[in-house]
Ligand binder design. Structure first.
Ligand code: SF4
Length: 216
């Protein structure tokens, strides 16, 4: 079994030139600290809100709900923290798990409206590990890797050994490099959706096909 670091380096090498496809899926590679990676948003709070909404939903649903929150004047942490649960729920029409999302949005709004110590408050919020890590990485520029089911599927098929502590191993291997952490998460999300599907992966079109263990 090859070391994780080597596999990740190979995957990132294979992703050279993948930025165009990322843009088509609303990921916008930019400078390491830019918030625009996440669908072009400039406000870290909007990244956090849509990170909550997109879990178990399609991006289009999350984006539509974000627009509706903005239309209702609920686009700031203070306004969302003050709003009633009914009002927020009304804005999330069409979103799966609405009641849970309302609770999580309230927690995120409270975390963002609390002044200093934002990172610690987000890290402690009971909103699910992947959502929390997405907010930490894309909204707050903390070097963590949101280890999603999709990332696990692609990397394990590619040949990585993903036992306990795999997320921390990936973070160590990427050495706190925000650009590579963001690029890897965004790319694996797109590859999982477009090529490395749960059944019938489209390996012939996949940018990782050259080194993928499934094909050797
Ligand atoms: S080559 Fe196939 S199995 Fe390997 S990562 Fe791509 S889609 Fe998945």
């Amino acid at each position: 079994m090859r070391p994780q670091r080597e596999i990740l380096a190979e995957v990132l090498e294979a992703l050279r030139g993948f930025e165009g496809e990322l843009r088509r899926h609303k990921w916008f590679p930019s400078t390491p600290e830019s918030p625009e990676w996440w669908a072009g948003y400039r406000d870290p709070f909007h990244i956090a809100v849509t990170a909550v909404l997109v879990r178990m939903n399609r991006w289009e649903q999350a984006e539509r709900a974000m627009e509706e929150l903005l239309r209702r004047g609920l686009g700031s942490p203070e306004a969302l923290a003050r709003a009633s649960e009914e009002e927020i729920e009304e804005a999330l029409r069409g979103v799966t798990l609405r009641k849970l999302k309302v609770k999580h949005l309230k927690l995120v709004a409270e975390a963002f409206s609390g002044g200093g110590g934002l990172e610690e408050r987000v890290a402690r919020a009971p909103i699910g590990r992947e959502t929390r890590d997405s907010i930490l990485l894309f909204a707050l520029n903390k070097p963590v890797f949101p280890f999603s089911r999709q990332a696990r599927r692609v990397l394990s098929r590619y040949g990585a050994k993903l036992g306990r502590g795999a997320k921390e191993e990936i973070e160590r291997a990427l050495g706190g490099d925000l650009y590579r952490l963001k690029l890897l998460h965004a790319s694996l999300t797109v590859i999982a959706r477009e090529y490395c599907k749960p059944s019938k992966p489209r390996c012939g079109l996949c940018p990782l096909s050259r080194g993928c263990a499934r094909l050797t």
